[in-house]
Design a binder for this molecule. Structure first.
Ligand code: INI
Length: 155
């Protein structure tokens, strides 16, 4: 019989870290709310969750890497909002956070879940922060639980 492994959609017993950026807090607070609600509704107790706020998306990777490397968490959720709008820095911020978060997975073996919105407009970000297009924070929480479960079953 073929062995087939699938991630369970339950928080399990492990701890989850959430790194969330304050820049565009109007949006990121909604992502955090979505992530917390999802983890809690899938069985996570308060003691299983740690939230760390950082100034902007560029600062997410250094903190997320430290938390991932600590061995204390089964997954690290990275939440932020990079919005092109009128800023000149969008591309630089975008590249830094995408590369930085992606690298954590390979450097530490702990899943670093990319829950950073990268949008052209504020309206697009609002749509992904609990309105028309769902909540990217909740999506990140689902992915975190699934990856934690897959990694637990593939030890
Ligand atoms: N940080 C964000 O989280 N989102 C943005 O849209 C953004 N823009 O566009 O500038 C942004 N910039 C700040 C950046 O993340 C750093 O905090 C800052 O450059 C200091 O390192």
């Amino acid at each position: 019989m073929i062995e087939e492994i699938k991630g369970r959609l339950a928080a399990g017993q492990g701890r989850y870290a959430i790194v969330v950026s304050r820049f565009n807090e109007f949006i990121t607070a909604k992502l955090l709310g979505g992530a917390l609600d999802c983890l809690q509704r899938h069985g996570a107790a308060d003691e299983q969750i740690q939230v760390v706020w950082v100034p902007g998306a560029c600062e997410i990777p250094i903190v997320a890497k430290r938390l991932a490397a600590s061995g204390r968490y089964v997954a690290v959720l990275c939440l932020g909002a990079v919005i092109r709008g009128q800023t000149g820095h969008y591309d630089a911020v975008f590249q830094q956070v995408v590369r930085g978060v992606g690298q954590i997975n390979y450097d530490t073996g702990v899943p670093a879940i990319f829950g950073v919105l990268t949008c052209d407009t504020l309206e697009q970000a609002i749509e992904r922060a609990g309105t028309k297009m769902g909540n990217a924070g909740a999506d990140a929480a689902v992915t975190a639980m699934e990856m934690a479960s897959v990694l637990e079953q593939t030890k």
